[in-house]
Write a protein that binds this ligand. Structure first.
Ligand SMILES: Cc1cc2nc3c(=O)[nH]c(=O)nc-3n(C[C@H](O)[C@H](O)[C@H](O)COP(=O)(O)O)c2cc1C
Length: 170
C-alpha cells in the first residue's frame, strides 16, 4: 500500500473478529517499532505482547477498550534512560514511546491488521497487574486484530480540521 494510503486508511478499530494475527504480521509490526527514531537513539521502549486468554483478561480488567482484539501490545519505556531536555524539566520518554507506537500502528495497516491506540487505563494499575519493572512507565495499549463484519471507521474518522486551523506560516 502506498504510504499516503496507509495514513488515509488507518482508523481506530473498535470491533475485532477475534482471529489471531499471524506471527509474520506481528513481526512486521514489532520491526516497525524497532526502526522508530528516539531521542539520542536511546531506544528506551519496551513492548509487551499480550495474547494469552489469561493475560488478555487482565487487559479487560484494566480498560473497556480492547474491543475483542486478540493481540494487545503494552508500550512502556525505561524512565531512567530518557533524554532530558535542557532545563532539566522535561524528558523524551513519552515522545519516544509515542513515535514507536505510531510506527507500529501504521505498519499494522500496511499489512492488513487493524489497530486502536488506547490510553483509557490507570498506568500504575497496569504496572501492578503485569508486574512491570519499577523503572518502566506505561504509555499505551495497542489493540491489534482484524475488523469484525460491519466494523469500520467511526463517523469522526474523516472529521479532521483544515490545515489552516492547525498550521501557521511565520
Ligand atoms: C493518544 C491516543 C489515545 C487514544 N485512546 C483511546 C482509548 O482509550 N480508547 C479508544 O477507543 N480510542 C482511543 N484512541 C483513538 C482515538 O479516539 C481516535 O484515534 C480518534 O477518535 C480519531 O479516529 P481514527 O483513529 O479512526 O481516525 C486514542 C488515540 C490516541 C492518539
Amino acid at each position: 500500500m502506498e504510504f499516503m494510503d496507509v495514513l488515509k486508511n488507518r482508523y481506530s478499530c473498535k470491533k475485532y473478529d477475534g482471529i489471531q494475527i499471524t506471527k509474520e504480521e506481528l513481526e512486521v509490526i514489532l520491526e516497525a517499532g524497532r526502526l522508530a527514531p528516539t531521542a539520542k537513539n536511546n531506544q528506551e521502549q519496551h513492548i509487551y505482547v499480550v495474547q494469552s486468554a489469561e493475560e488478555l483478561a487482565k487487559i479487560d480488567s484494566l480498560t473497556p477498550c480492547r474491543y475483542g482484539a486478540p493481540t494487545v501490545l503494552i508500550v512502556a519505556f525505561d524512565k531512567n534512560n530518557t533524554f532530558t531536555y535542557p532545563g532539566q524539566k522535561y524528558d523524551s520518554g513519552i515522545e519516544d514511546a509515542a513515535i514507536v507506537t505510531t510506527h507500529m500502528l501504521l505498519a499494522a495497516k500496511s499489512v492488513g491488521v487493524e489497530s486502536c491506540w488506547v490510553n483509557f487505563f490507570d498506568p500504575d494499575k497496569v504496572k501492578e497487574a503485569f508486574n512491570l519493572p519499577e523503572n518502566e512507565d506505561v504509555l499505551t495499549f495497542v489493540d491489534l486484530g482484524y475488523a469484525a463484519d460491519g466494523a469500520g471507521p467511526l463517523a469522526n474518522h474523516d472529521s479532521r480540521k483544515p490545515l489552516a486551523d492547525t498550521v501557521s506560516y511565520l
